[in-house]
Design a protein. Structure first.
Length: 375
């Protein structure tokens, strides 16, 4: 996919009326087969297989570009939020001395050599930006709860959340706020990579630590775990809005999704054989409910609904993506709200006729509307 196409796609996504990031495209999962555990696994694999390979490091769009958008600080678009330390860093768009790219499924377990057919190495559904020290500490340890002789790695307190990562001689326990994220990344890797394409390994989650070994080079079969622990982490740390939007951004670039973020109930179907066709309840999120008048002159009112209390940012952008005005960046109680925009930018300058974009953001969920100023 060319860089120009990517930029155009992002702009179109921003301008689509009433588009809320967090939903799979209509029909994306229509071919999922719930008739058996094997059918469910195979049908999901068929959907998410053969994605676009993003270059690991390149002068054009590479994994740095994807991850710095997918792992963006939800309250500051110039910063990223890392996976293990829960710390924000200024974006560097390339290698730096503060954070790097964490292979949550260690590449030494099955795919250490990056090449044109090795899509697992650069698959951004399991790559996360991570504090360099914490990434080094985790190394290629498998995931499990640490019980004795643990070394602790504290997180920052950010956005009301914090915790402790722990490690022992062979395993890494991710802090509670991101346990589900790494678990669902592991489930994705297990199902996405089935050894049925040239150069791709069959990646398998296991509860046997003896099977989890470095492969030396790219392998046909490789293991990671521990499966039982990852299933517990998935249940204990449900999908949240930040993880859903991350899925959207990776999908935008790679062309495939993590199905276990979109449909968490499928985890027990694929890995435990418990099949259900009950739709996952979608979390309530704030939405723009109307704009009136539109077209407008000289002002218009943006109406939005808050199902639950939370922080909201409402901004006005030009069609070139430039931020022109911040109408709100504060906490609201639950209920119906409204804001008025007088057609002026942040400096008070009256803007000329044209189309503009109003974006409402709660956490990492966006809702947008196109506004038309006519003079």
């Amino acid at each position: 996919m060319h860089v120009t196409c990517l930029k155009t796609t992002v702009l179109l996504l921003l301008l689509l009326p009433a588009t809320v990031m967090a939903d799979a495209p209509a029909g994306y999962y229509d071919t999922v087969d719930l008739s058996s555990q094997a059918a469910l696994r195979q049908s999901i694999h068929n959907i998410i297989d053969n994605h676009v390979k993003i270059p690991y490091t390149s002068s054009s769009t590479d994994t740095w570009d994807v991850l710095e958008r997918a792992d963006e600080d939800p309250y500051n678009s110039t910063r990223i939020l890392d996976v293990y330390q829960n710390r924000t860093f200024t974006k560097y768009t390339t290698g730096n001395a503060f954070y790097n790219r964490e292979h949550t499924w260690p590449n030494s377990y099955g795919f250490p050599d990056d090449n044109s057919t090795n899509k697992a190495y650069t698959d951004c559904h399991h790559l996360f930006l991570c504090d360099i020290e914490y990434n080094s500490a985790r190394s290629n340890l498998f995931y499990d709860d640490c019980v004795t002789s643990c070394t602790s790695y504290n997180t920052d307190f950010y956005d009301g959340d914090s915790g402790i990562n722990k490690k022992d001689f062979d395993s890494w326990e991710t802090w509670g706020g991101r346990q589900g994220d790494v678990a669902r990344a592991m489930f994705y890797m297990d199902v996405r990579y089935a050894g049925d394409a040239t150069g791709e390994p069959d990646l398998i989650l296991t509860d046997d630590p003896g099977l989890i070994v470095t492969t030396g080079g790219n392998s046909t079969v490789a293991y990671m775990g521990l499966l039982a622990t990852l299933l517990e982490w998935h249940a204990a740390d449900p999908v949240d809005a930040r993880e859903m939007e991350r899925n959207d951004w990776v999908h935008l670039y790679q062309g495939n999704r993590n199905p276990f973020i979109d449909n968490p109930d499928w985890v027990v179907g694929v890995f435990q054989g418990v099949i259900t066709d009950v739709a996952q309840e979608v979390p309530m999120i704030a939405r723009i409910t109307g704009v009136s008048p539109n077209p407008f002159n000289p002002s218009t009112t943006i109406f939005f609904e808050m199902p639950v209390a939370g922080r909201v940012r409402v901004e006005i952008f030009g069609l070139d993506g430039r931020l022109l005005r911040t109408l709100a960046d504060e906490s609201y109680s639950a209920g119906s709200m409204e804001l008025t925009w007088d057609g002026r930018d942040q400096t008070g300058r009256a803007l000329g006729s044209g189309a503009f974009v109003c974006r409402l953001q709660t956490g990492r969920i966006n809702d947008v509307r196109t506004l038309l100023l006519l003079k």
